[in-house]
Design a protein around this ligand. Structure first.
Ligand code: AMP
Ligand code: ZN
Length: 112
């Protein structure tokens, strides 16, 4: 996807504050943080959203899930963290390249 912001960030064409990278994912700081720590875990492969998820991506999804608590620890979130995946316009997704928000630090708002 040539005009995808997160593809460009993953390719190094647009700068980001990366905190972790490997062959499958890049993790960088959200530019408009909603908490003291706000990271985005982004697969290098262009996957639009969870709607495109199927068993062929199981290894990638497991990799991202296993990474989350390690990233949180590295960021000093020893007391816990929140993860969010927005899917589609109805879910508040604004960038159509799959990403997991990792938030924590301070007091996070409740859901109601
Ligand atoms: P979503 O609404 O789930 O699609 O989230 C998109 C997130 O990307 C928002 O939290 C934005 O603040 C964040 N964002 C947008 N542009 C950038 C950028 N250039 N670098 C880092 N984060 C960004
Ligand atoms: Zn993309």
């Amino acid at each position: 996807m040539s005009d995808c912001l997160f593809c460009k960030i993953a390719a190094g064409e647009i700068p980001s504050e990366a905190v972790y990278e490997d062959d499958q994912v890049i993790v960088f700081k959200d530019i408009y943080p909603k908490a003291a720590v706000h990271l985005l875990v982004v697969p290098r492969e262009h996957i639009e959203s969870l709607k495109e998820m199927d068993a062929s991506r199981d290894a990638l999804m497991a990799h991202m899930m296993h990474l989350l608590p390690k990233l949180a620890e590295d960021q000093g979130l020893h007391n816990g963290f929140r993860t969010i995946i927005n899917t589609g316009p109805g879910g508040g997704q604004e960038i159509f390249h799959l990403h997991i928000h990792l938030l924590g630090g301070g007091r996070l708002p409740g859901f109601g």
